[in-house]
Design a protein around this ligand. Sequence first.
Ligand SMILES: *Cc1c(COP(=O)(O)O)cnc(C)c1O
Length: 372
Amino acid sequence: MTSPRIEVDLGKIRHNAETVVGRLRKRGIRVTGVTKAVCGHPAVAQAMLDGGCTGLAEARLSNVRRLRDANKNCSITLIRTPMLSQVDEVVQLCDASYNTQIVVIAGLAAAAIRKNMVHDIILVVEMGDLREGILPENVGAIAQHVVNMPGVALKGIAANFACLNGIAPTAAKMAAFSSLSTEIEGLCGPYIEAVSGGNSANLPWAFGKQPVGRVNDLRLGEAILLGVDPITGKQIGGMHTDAFTLIAEVIETDAEPALPSIALVSPDFAKPRLVSNDAGARRLILAIGQQDTDIQGLTMPLGTALIGATSDHLVVGTHHSTFRVGAEMRFPMNYKALMRAMAAPDIQTELRDDRYPRRSPSRSKAKHLALI
Ligand SMILES: *Cc1c(COP(=O)(O)O)cnc(C)c1O
């Protein structure tokens, strides 16, 4: 088996999708599966669809192309504003796209007319994350513009939270967003079919007791893939947090006579971390580095501490005596580590599909770590 590699448990991803889809269905909200962290991996996308996601969403056209090449014929929405240079392909490959710029919408409309198609437009409204979006006071005018433009159809509106600034959606903000859809319909007719309230950071709001208003869609990546709430990093009840595992190989095991008791974890972050200097601790070097993943986003196995990493080497201190040259070490990953590792050319993915997993999700991270 090659290393480094990512073990992907498709059964766990399907279970996570089923779990959130089931809970959100009761609130009248459907789930769009976001595949950007896995670069549009077709098998992961299929696990999301099998778990009940009604469609897929992607940020990059290259990933959409990968999904289409693998015969994914479901609805795919481009959730990053299209590049003006790509409008023809966007119309060809995507059912709908998220937009904030009239000039881009006009480009999409022209491309759609050339192909004798109609492309669906979802207008992104800026609700406080300050990344992208049309200001709420301007969205009505732009919606009217879209409704009157041949080649495109207004399909809905979308909000996005906690991406750039970690600002979680409040009930008041969600209510304001929901009522925007009714305001827009007052101006230009009943066009707002999709009211997409946000991403995984919206789940605490969506699982709450307050009414969800007209919000009928959430776009979920991290919650389905990693089973965690992106703001707190905590496990979402009933979800697997270990669908992805990074595996790297030990290439050097020379015991150091004494480890420094404090080591700089990374020159980039210069965050000191305690490293045990017990006589039993050994220093291992693994064949993986910053070029492959976000090393800070790896969880070290119990009894093991991160000492540092360079572009191609990972140095850890460990109490385990079992690691020899050629042995493998397994690491859970956070979202940043996952998205970089999935895009790394030297990391293979190994798919597993345990249709009926015997173990239910572990209750806590600590318990999960004990299994390693
Ligand atoms: C990445 C992204 C999502 C999914 O975010 P998660 O936190 O992974 O659920 C949803 N919407 C937009 C616009 C995004 O860019």
